[in-house]
Design a protein around this ligand. Structure first.
Ligand code: IMP
Ligand code: MG
Length: 188
C-alpha cells in the first residue's frame, strides 16, 4: 500500500485534522475493473430493458463511471438510505427517498459502493421488490464478505477487500473523502 501525501488529504477534506491514509486500490485499477464490469453487464442485458438504481450518496461516483461504460440503453434513478454514524453501522437501515422511475416489470440493477453487513442492500432489494419489477440484480464495487450479518451474495462485484474501513471514490467518513480518486484505508 502506498501512503497518501498528508497535504493532499487535508486539501480534499478541507480541514486541518487529517487521518493517516493509505491507498488500497489505485485509480487505474478501479477504472479497469469498472470497464470490465460494464462490459459484462452490457452483454448480460443485451436486448433487454435495464433500469439502474444506485444507492446515494456512496455509489454516486462508481455509478457515474459504470453507466458511461455500459453500451446498452438504460434508465437511472437513485435511492437514499441511512445507517452509518462515523465508522459504525447502526444496523438500522432506513429508506430515505423513493425511486421515481416506474420499475414495474423492468429489469433492475441495484448499484452500491460497498457491501458490508449486507443490511442496506437486502433492505433496498426488499423495498424495490414491492414495486413488482420483473428481475432485480445487484452490483457493488467493493465487498467485505467477512463482515456479513445477513446472508447476501451480489451478482456483480469489483473487488473483495478485508475488514478495513475504506474511503474515497464515493465512500466517506462522516461525509468527507468521497472525492478521493482512489480507495484508501484509514490507519488508526
Ligand atoms: P451494510 O448495510 O453494512 O452492508 O453497509 C453498506 C453501506 O455502508 C455502504 O453503502 C456504505 O455507504 C457504508 N459502508 C460500509 N463499509 C464502509 C467503509 O468501509 N467505508 C465507507 N462506507 C462504508
Ligand atoms: Mg452507501
Amino acid at each position: 500500500m502506498e501512503y497518501l501525501d498528508p497535504a493532499q488529504v487535508d486539501k480534499r477534506k478541507n480541514t486541518s485534522v487529517s487521518e493517516k491514509l493509505e491507498i488500497l486500490i489505485g485509480e487505474r485499477d478501479i477504472a479497469q475493473k469498472v470497464k470490465e464490469m460494464a462490459a459484462k453487464i452490457s452483454s448480460d442485458y443485451a436486448g433487454r430493458h435495464l433500469s439502474i438504481v444506485f444507492i446515494s450518496n456512496g455509489a454516486i461516483i462508481f455509478a457515474a463511471d459504470l453507466i458511461r461504460s455500459i453500451e446498452i440503453p438504460l434508465r437511472i434513478d437513485s435511492i437514499r438510505t441511512s445507517s452509518y454514524s462515523g465508522e459504525f453501522s447502526t444496523g438500522n437501515v432506513k429508506i430515505m427517498s423513493q425511486v421515481k422511475l416506474d420499475i414495474k416489470d423492468r429489469n433492475i440493477l441495484v448499484v452500491d459502493d460497498i457491501i458490508d453487513t449486507g443490511r442496506t442492500i437486502v433492505q433496498v432489494v426488499a423495498h424495490l421488490s414491492s414495486f413488482a419489477p420483473s428481475d432485480i440484480k445487484t452490483c457493488a464495487l467493493l465487498d467485505k464478505p467477512s463482515r456479513r450479518e445477513v446472508p447476501f451474495v451480489p451478482d456483480y462485484i469489483g473487488f473483495e477487500i478485508p475488514d478495513l474501513f475504506v474511503v474515497g471514490y464515493g465512500l466517506d467518513l462522516d461525509e468527507y473523502y468521497r472525492n478521493l480518486p482512489h480507495i484508501a484505508v484509514i490507519k488508526t
